[in-house]
Write a protein that binds this ligand. Structure first.
Ligand code: FAD
Ligand code: NAP
Length: 532
């Protein structure tokens, strides 16, 4: 137990684990508090059937240790949650991380002490700790969104949220199951739950575009090619807008000028590759609505070709104006095909919302549905929700919730003005959720550790984002988003999934220019930060 440390890290997902490793490399002391009873973060909590990554495993993994990436073998192209969790545990063991992690410990208060220039941290277990630096590795998608459905406590069956899945698993055999939500978690879990249960009803508010993952065993020849020069592979990916997919057939040309037939052939080729490769068919799909419309028309046709019942197909198909890629694209394995089974039903709740849970199920549109269990695939209070659930207070006892009352203000997604020495890993204002997040995490961890090293080397004790730099940065993040089609729908990137949440586009689009900017800032003596 460390009561006084140089660096206090909150969270032991991929962000917190690597941060701990880097802090130790600096020769500094560290303490990690983690609410769960194991490492892995997202992959510790999201154990729902069908959970797997949607960035290929050879990319969705740490790059910081050459031996680790050579030795670890993924079994599938898009590996399943249990294997990713096994990987996280392997990393924890390999780098002896557990001795500085206190599990089952949730940080509740984090207060800046201006007299000592240190943070005081306290937890739900009564632990207190003082630290010069605090790193919030709390995750962008780690606070479940459980909608305030009336009567939910009166329901006699079981209710599960995908992001808080029971460790012992759920036995769906012979059961009548309801699933609410058709985002990535719903689309991954629905086909698997359908295989296991007696009867499944899906409640859909907004249909989503989904692309087949074409998952399967890892291609050993491709794996060998990647591993032959893994560093080069990682570098190529870091040059991509989202930090991944460099070898997935990216076509760096606009779709304009392509004849309809050629364009469709190109889409088909990328469709067959599977996953996000589809959106790399042309380079203007997210900036030109006409171009985007050709992509979405292609996907609409695919849905119509797969789903047997025309009425169900129509319900599953996004409206023609719904931009593909505006909400995060889903990757699936037989999602649309699942609706061809007689025991799978689709209920549209876009016009008649779920009115109430009842003791035996739920009611919508005046119709009662009876279930043994209901799965909430209703997402997360993304990017800010986990941070604002902690009582974080900076200079003059200012609460983070007040500082962010009009939306998150965060310079480079790394620091909030008025909260010295507190860093956010993949915070709002950084590319984070629009990237392969392990690329974004590694970048932030390395930047933060370089920054701490710089302060130590120059005899400085605090660093704090300058208010004007942060305000300009927030405008920049929104200006970049406004150049694209990303703000055109009610996505969680905008906070639109949480009633009452301020709508502002939170992640920054474009990893490579962002990484360059962070390097320039550091080289210019941490321009935009106040060092003291
Ligand atoms: P997390 O993994 O969320 O870890 C944060 C940790 O902080 C959690 O363990 C949490 O318990 C802990 N914590 C939070 N608050 C406190 C507190 N107050 N006190 C103590 N501990 C606290 N990204 C991709 O790039 N590719 C993918 O394929 C992909 N798939 C995903 C699938 C799912 C189902 C979900 C939900 C997300 C997915 N993501 C994916 C995003 C994923 O969140 C990141 O890739 C990555 O795992 C985040 O790591 P992290 O360490 O930043 O946060
Ligand atoms: P999500 O994308 O926010 O989807 C939530 C779903 O629940 C949406 O369909 C939403 O409808 C619906 N919903 C929410 N509240 C509702 C209500 N009151 N009534 C009816 N429906 C309601 O959440 P998610 O699927 O958990 O995914 C979140 C993110 O996590 C993803 O975008 C992705 O970044 C990550 N993730 C990745 C993977 C992967 O493939 N590797 C898997 C899971 C998650 P509306 O659309 O109408 O709001």
């Amino acid at each position: 137990m460390n009561d006084e440390v140089d660096v206090l890290i909150v969270g032991a997902g991929f962000g917190g684990m690597y941060m701990l490793h880097k802090v130790r490399e600096l020769g500094l002391s560290a303490q990690v508090f983690e609410a769960g009873d194991g490492v892995g973060g997202t992959w510790y909590w999201n154990r729902y059937p069908g959970a797997r990554c949607d960035v290929e495993s050879l990319e969705y993994s740490y790059s910081f240790d050459a031996e680790l990436q050579q030795e670890w073998k993924w079994s599938e192209r898009y590996t399943s949650q249990p294997e990713i969790l096994e990987y996280a545990n392997h990393v924890a063991d390999r780098f002896d991380l557990r001795r500085d992690i206190e599990f089952s410990t949730r940080v509740e208060h984090t207060h800046w002490n201006e007299a000592t220039n240190r943070w005081g941290v306290s937890t739900d277990t009564g632990r207190t700790c003082s630290a010069q630096f605090v790193v919030m590795a709390t995750g962008c998608l780690s606070s479940a969104n459980v909608p305030d459905f009336p009567g939910i406590d009166d329901f006699a069956g079981e209710v599960y949220h995908t992001g808080r899945w029971p460790h012992e698993g759920v036995d769906f055999a012979g059961k009548r199951v309801g699933v609410i939500g058709t985002g990535s978690s719903g689309i991954q879990s629905i086909p698997v739950i359908a295989e296991q249960c007696a009867d499944l009803t899906v409640f859909q508010r907004t249909p989503n575009y989904s692309i087949p993952a074409h998952n399967g065993s890892i291609d050993s020849q491709y794996e060998a090619e990647v591993k032959a020069d893994y560093a080069e592979f990682r570098d190529e990916n870091r040059q991509m807008n989202g930090g991944f997919g460099a070898r997935s057939g990216f076509h760096d040309e606009p779709s304009i000028g392509y004849a309809e037939e050629e364009r469709r052939a190109r889409f088909e080729q990328q469709w067959q590759r599977g996953g996000f490769a589809f959106m790399r068919a042309f380079n203007d799909l997210m900036i030109d609505d006409t171009s985007n419309a050709t992509a979405r028309a292609f996907v609409r046709d695919k849905i119509a070709a797969v789903v047997d019942d025309p009425e169900t197909a129509a319900l599953l198909t996004p409206v023609p104006t719904q931009v593909i890629g505006c909400k995060r694209i889903c990757l699936d394995t037989y999602y649309f095909e699942t609706y061809n089974h007689d025991h799978v039903h689709l209920v549209d709740v876009s016009t008649a919302p779920i009115e109430t849970f009842t003791p035996t199920g739920l009611r919508t549109g005046g119709v009662e549905y009876d279930f043994d269990c209901v799965v909430l695939a209703t997402g997360f209070d993304a990017m800010t929700g986990t941070l604002t659930r902690i009582d974080i207070r900076g200079v003059d006892d200012e609460a983070l919730t007040d500082a962010w009352s009009a939306g998150p203000v965060n310079y480079l997604g790394l620091q909030v003005p008025g909260f010295p020495n507190l860093f956010t890993i993949t915070g709002p204002g950084s590319p984070s959720v629009l990237t392969n997040m392990i690329v974004a995490i590694e970048h932030h961890v390395e930047w933060i550790s370089d920054c701490i090293e710089h302060l130590a080397a120059t005899g400085l004790s605090t660093i704090s984002a300058a208010p004007d730099a942060a305000a300009t940065w927030v405008d920049h993040v929104n200006d970049v988003a406004d150049m694209t089609l990303m703000p055109t729908c009610n996505s969680w990137y905008l906070g639109a999934n949480i009633p009452g949440k301020t709508r502002v586009f939170m992640p920054l689009i474009g990893f490579p220019p962002y990484a360059e900017k962070c390097t320039e800032v550091a080289q210019a003596g941490y321009e935009g930060f106040i060092l003291a």
